[in-house]
Ligand binder design. Structure first.
Ligand code: SF4
Length: 348
């Protein structure tokens, strides 16, 4: 773990204490680690910034919070906390910008700047964990924080790699971040509570399949023929749906778990009967869950019109009646603050 080198001159048990303080107690500064002597805390402060970024904006609505973060090199990214029936999900970014250039996506429109390190990814979730703990403490001024006893609304339940960037193009760092999220010695989330979302970098899926414990896999499909997908997801040109599904079938065979498919609905482009028939034929014999996402306006490369929910319901009914495929429509979080799917653009 990235923090294991911070106390390399100290006995091993100090690193365990440090991990506990960071990932279970969610301390907000090195000064809060009271099991360390002042000298040890001062050494930590001298050698290592407590957080790898500065939070330059934090917006909140009842169901969504979004942070804009700035790294020491001036680059920016965003992370989002979504609150759903008392369960918290953090959507983390894995890159600054993105090379995938999906036509509907504000991040894609920025182009690629750089990968985020495992620390920069994990600390997006840690920031929200620290915030939630602070709120719990305000409600419980006479109790000592214990993550196992905190109510669900004060804990992070799920992590989704659906923020800025394509995680499979930053695989090494994303793999290390997943390990920290799921490790019992760190955030102990369990892989079933972690979802990696990809446009389908087919050549990197075999690497992903080598992870010792596989998180959930979500695939941003958006179209069911190469002709239409090439327009929406330019990376498809290098891989093709045939290669993508061949790699995805290995995931299903290996884990027996369903894959989540995401479909940003772009009126007149991928909401046609032809696309629904192609989609039905692709998924009818696969263990799949379809998730339709109404396009969220933002500074994307192509401006689409917003779909109306009734037309998405018609798509759902058509798929279910003709192909037996059930689907959901993703609840929209944070659209008003530019924090919904496809809207993250690193802007204030
Ligand atoms: S949708 Fe995801 S993969 Fe596509 S450009 Fe946006 S951030 Fe990148």
């Amino acid at each position: 773990m990235y923090c294991d080198s911070w106390l390399s001159d100290e006995p091993q048990f100090r690193t365990k204490q440090l991990r506990h303080a960071l990932f279970k107690e969610f301390v907000g500064s090195f000064d809060e680690i009271t099991v360390f002597s002042k000298k040890q805390r001062d050494t930590l402060k001298k050698d290592t910034p407590f957080r790898s970024f500065e939070v330059i904006s934090h917006k909140a609505s009842p169901d969504t919070e979004k942070i804009l973060i700035k790294f020491p090199d001036g680059k920016r990214a965003e992370a989002v906390l979504m609150k759903h029936s008392g369960r918290n999900t953090v959507c983390v970014s894995s890159q600054v910008g993105c090379a995938a250039d999906c036509s509907f996506c504000s991040t894609g429109n920025l182009g690629f700047t750089r990968h985020l390190t495992d620390r920069e990814i994990v600390e997006q979730a840690l920031f929200f964990a620290q915030e939630l703990k602070t709120r719990w403490q305000k409600n419980n001024p006479n109790k000592k924080w214990n993550i196992a006893l905190a109510e669900p609304e004060f804990r992070i339940r799920n992590i989704v790699f659906m923020g800025m960037g394509e995680p499979l193009l930053n695989f090494e760092n994303v793999a290390k971040a997943i390990e920290i999220f799921e490790s019992p010695e760190a955030m102990n989330m369990g892989v079933r509570h972690i979802t990696l979302s990809t446009v389908g970098i087919a050549v990197n899926i075999p690497k992903f399949l080598q992870l010792p414990r596989l998180p959930n896999l979500a695939v941003s499909l958006h179209a069911a023929t190469d002709e239409v997908r090439d327009q929406i997801v330019p990376m498809n040109k290098g891989f093709s749906l045939k290669k993508l599904f061949s790699a995805l079938d290995t995931f299903e065979q290996k884990t027996g778990r369903r894959i989540f498919y995401e479909w940003t609905v772009l009126p007149g482009v991928n909401d046609t009967k032809e696309q629904m028939d192609a989609l039905g034929n692709l998924l009818k014999h696969r263990n799949a869950h379809m998730n339709f996402i109404p396009w969220n306006p933002g500074p994307s490369r192509i401006k689409y019109t917003k779909p109306d929910i009734s037309s998405i319901r018609n798509m759902q009914q058509y798929l279910e009646k003709n192909y037996g495929i059930t689907s959901t429509i993703r609840a929209i979080y944070g659209q008003d603050m530019g924090g919904a799917c496809g809207q993250l653009a690193g802007r204030e």
